[in-house]
Design a protein around this ligand. Structure first.
Ligand code: SF4
Length: 477
């Protein structure tokens, strides 16, 4: 999963873009990149790509001239973690720049077709495929809007994207709206610039006003010094979908809590997760009990659990911030990080019945480390409360859930909840039910039918090629 950011119509577009990317850093920290251009010199691009977290020097910023900038933070799900696979991508004929978030499932078919027509690729990255496909269509006479419509029709899976072509910035997403994308505006000295971001927190940091979501089957075209133009292309979609398929896992774990995505507040969503979870556990022991989070992603759910149950909230695990996010680390790094990342506060844990709230159990090994850590710190009992249903199936749309064989709750492992409880060594294990997850969505004013739950119920919103069904997560054929 990744983050994208775009600025159109501001002289120091690169600096604003870097600030926006800082606030999207939680979406990927393996590579990052920025590309700039000017509306008047639209065939000249200034591109930097780097490994690691966003960190730009004065020299970088001087180099990145232009009043249009797009940027990307990457966490690799398909394609290696190198600079060829980092984004943004530029194409020289016709000149365009492009970045996107999300994985597509028919990558191999589209790439094979384009290669037969002489299109050359330098990476295994979905974003490069989409950029080259758009370039191919534009070169053959399609307008950028028509080329994007064809992309929406031919490419299956998740993409929230920004294209810059001839001094205009086009923002759009796949027809199911799987990954988030929002836009906003900023006024300075009677000058208006337009901003596109994966999450609304990217707008806040540069003091841009949130305008709204970019809807599925909608293309918004931004130009410096003029109002954006919105194209509703829903009538041109060959196989229209009745509902969106927003990734519910963005709301549970990935997005920042202060963000608004999919027309809901992530903070409110997570608080409700905790509240429903507490309601599920009848007979929580009040006296001698404490509730706490596995920081930071379950902080708000733990608050909701506390407010619903009345059990005192304590910061029982202190996180070391320089270790980064566990979920987006590689497998080896993840094992090591879980050990280094948290330190228990013995003074509040000792002799207590501990309710510890976490967002998910993936392989089970991190959860077991946390349970052991709390027991070693003197907890009388450890009750593991998970603010999502069991993750039973892999994701093919850009979240790095492991293969079926590695997921502890997968149908292949045949681990029921009792067996998982034994594996993680908890005294009690409670998952949020799928029905209560849907109740949270309803309480946030949205329709559960507009969300994807495929990693929980196996109902994928797109067709899957055979090699994906067999468990391959990458573009392996
Ligand atoms: S399968 Fe799960 S992680 Fe992937 S898009 Fe659907 S809800 Fe999100």
């Amino acid at each position: 999963m990744c983050g994208i950011f775009g600025v159109c119509g501001y002289e120091e577009a690169a600096l604003s873009c870097i600030h926006g990317l800082y606030y999207l850093q939680h979406r990927g920290e393996k590579q990052w990149g920025i590309c700039t251009t000017s509306a008047g010199e639209y065939d000249r691009f200034n591109l930097i790509k780097k490994m690691g977290k966003v960190e730009a020097s004065e020299y970088d910023i001087l180099k990145l001239k232009g009043n249009i900038a797009i940027g990307h933070v990457r966490y690799p799900t398909a394609g290696p973690a190198d600079l060829d696979n980092a984004q943004p991508h530029i194409v020289l004929d016709p000149p365009l720049m492009y970045c996107a978030n999300g994985d597509i499932v028919n990558y191999t078919d589209i790439r094979n077709n384009l290669e037969k027509k002489g299109v050359y690729f330098s990476s295994r990255n979905d974003g490069e495929l989409e950029a080259k496909y758009l370039a191919y269509l534009i070169q053959r006479g399609k307008s950028p809007v028509d080329a994007i419509v064809q992309l929406m029709n031919d490419i299956e899976g998740a993409f929230s994207a920004i294209l810059v072509y001839k001094g205009r910035m086009y923002a759009f997403r796949d027809k199911m709206g799987i990954r988030p994308i929002v836009y906003g505006m900023r006024k300075r000295n009677s000058h208006t610039s337009w901003i596109v971001s994966s999450e609304s927190c990217g707008l806040d940091v540069i003091k841009a006003k949130f305008v709204g979501e970019i809807k599925p089957a909608e293309i918004i075209v931004f130009s410096p010094n003029s109002e954006p133009k919105t194209y509703d292309v829903s009538k041109k979609i060959r196989k229209p979908v009745r509902h969106c398929s927003h990734c519910v896992f963005e709301c549970i774990y990935f997005a920042r809590p202060e963000s608004n995505i999919f027309n809901l507040s992530v903070y409110r969503f997570r608080k409700l997760l905790g509240s429903y979870l507490a309601k599920q556990i009848t007979g929580c022991r009040q006296e001698n009990s404490i509730v706490g989070s596995v920081p930071d992603s379950s902080n708000v759910a733990a608050l909701g659990f506390h407010q619903e149950s009345g059990i005192p909230l304590e910061f029982m695990l202190i996180r070391h911030h320089s270790t980064g996010r566990t979920f987006i680390a590689s497998k080896d790094e993840r094992e090591e990080k879980a050990r280094l990342k948290y330190n228990p506060v013995r003074a509040v844990i000792r002799d207590k019945d501990v309710y510890v709230v976490d967002d998910s159990i993936v392989r089970g090994t991190t959860s077991r480390k946390i349970v052991r850590m709390l027991k070693n710190a003197g907890a009388k009992t450890v009750n593991l409360c998970i603010s999502s249903p069991p993750i039973r199936f892999p994701c093919f749309y850009g979240i790095d859930t492991p293969t079926k064989a590695e997921l502890i709750a997968s149908s292949e492992r045949l681990y029921d909840e009792r067996k998982i409880q034994e594996f993680v060594e908890a005294d009690h294990l409670e998952y949020l039910t799928l029905e209560n997850l849907k109740n949270v969505i309803r309480d946030c004013g949205q329709n559960p039918e507009d969300f994807c739950f495929a990693c929980m119920d196996g109902k994928y919103p797109t067709r899957l090629p055979a090699y994906k069904k067999s468990g391959c997560k990458g573009h392996c054929q």
